[in-house]
Design a protein around this ligand. Structure first.
Ligand SMILES: Nc1ncnc2c1ncn2[C@@H]1O[C@H](COP(=O)(O)OP(=O)(O)OP(=O)(O)O)[C@@H](O)[C@H]1O
Length: 335
């Protein structure tokens, strides 16, 4: 790793993670082989699930300072979203510490924290309260949120009457309505109609530019290169590389080489076929040479060879004369 996690904390906006781990319990059904649907049903109803523990984050230590825009890189299940949740304060690490200085805003799950029975207006209040905003600030937030989400006309309808795209708009509008020092983003999303997506992107870029620390988890290399100036590579809940985005992406590709494209696969198949053809030709030539060599050896011993030159020329193995069986060159014709 090219950066040390033991730098001293500087004043200002920062995130310090020290030996943080997150271990969670989960339950698994015991494996059973049932002989009939009835025993399958009974087994499922009576089996006691077993408790296991999963280490989602494993002894992470790093610091993020003002001006840093960190890309979280890693394959599916590496722990990126879990780490973002820990950085956002939604999950407490089971050991170690996470200290964040500065106001934080996380865009993790846009629809999280909504009450489907409450109206859109009420949901704006609920969500903004959950984000820690004082009531007098929330009042100023309502109009801009309704305007940005384009839901002003239906502000008094219950949330459950909205489409999923409309809910996403509302969630996005609320989450990005305020400026914070630290912004935590999970994947770049593109839901909604093209016009909204364009506005959402513009707003997001504005928020990213106006934030002092940005942490973004994404599988979009181009986006990460554009947004970030530091890359953390996660693998199985551990930070396995910390450095520039380009170097982190290169380390990721080294760890998990990308699968070949269909074009590459077709080219490789053609190369393999040509190689196999070459090998077959070489084997045929070797066979001919072996026959010629054997004949020469037989001739030298003064024996009669029972194969015509045409057969040898076409590459076929010289047949034994009819009625006489046995391996070639073993003196079948001599008797
Ligand atoms: N509540 C849970 N109980 C047990 N395992 C969990 C739980 N939540 C997540 N996991 C596991 O933790 C691991 C990390 O998940 P996480 O969502 O952080 O990965 P990720 O890097 O964000 O993946 P992706 O790129 O797919 O979004 C996964 O193996 C996942 O199955």
């Amino acid at each position: 790793m090219s950066r040390s996690g033991s730098e001293r904390a500087a004043p200002g906006v920062s995130i310090d993670v020290r030996d943080a781990s997150l271990v969670v319990p989960y339950y698994v059904q015991p494996e059973k082989t049932a002989s009939s649907w009835l025993s399958t049903l009974l087994g499922a109803a009576t089996a006691v699930p077993k408790r296991r523990f999963a280490t989602l984050l494993d002894g992470l230590t790093f610091s993020i300072r003002e001006g840093e825009r960190v890309a979280l890189i890693g394959r599916n299940g590496a722990g990126k979203s879990t780490l973002l949740r820990v950085l956002a304060g939604a999950f407490e690490p089971t050991s170690g510490t996470v200290e964040a200085r500065g106001s934080r805003q996380a865009l993790l799950s846009i629809g999280l924290g909504f009450n489907p029975e409450a109206t859109i207006m009420e949901n704006i209040f609920l969500r903004a309260t959950a984000m820690g905003m004082p009531p007098h600030d929330i009042r100023h937030l309502v109009e801009p949120v309704l305007e940005f989400s384009g839901l002003g006309e239906v502000a008094n309808r219950r949330l459950l009457t909205l489409s999923s795209g409309q809910r996403m708009r509302l969630g996005f509008a609320i989450s990005t309505a305020i400026h914070t020092d630290i912004i935590l983003l999970d994947e770049w999303f593109g839901a909604g109609d093209a016009q909204f997506v364009k506005r959402a992107r513009e707003r997001m870029m504005g928020r990213v530019e106006g934030s002092k620390i940005v942490v973004v988890a994404s599988h979009n290399d181009a986006l990460l290169k554009k947004l970030c100036n530091r890359g953390l590579l996660l693998d199985q809940g551990k930070v396995v590389f910390d450095g520039s985005v380009d170097d982190a992406l290169a380390a990721y590709r080294k760890l998990y080489p990308p699968p070949s494209s269909p074009v590459d696969l077709a080219k490789k198949a053609a190369r393999d076929e040509a190689k196999a053809e070459k090998l077959a030709k070489a084997a045929k030539r070797a066979k001919k040479l072996a026959i010629l060599a054997r004949r020469a050896a037989d001739a030298a011993k003064g024996e009669i060879v029972e194969a015509g030159p045409a057969a040898v020329a076409t590459g076929d193995v010289a047949p034994a004369p009819a009625g006489i069986a046995g391996p070639q060159g073993k003196g079948k014709a001599a008797g």
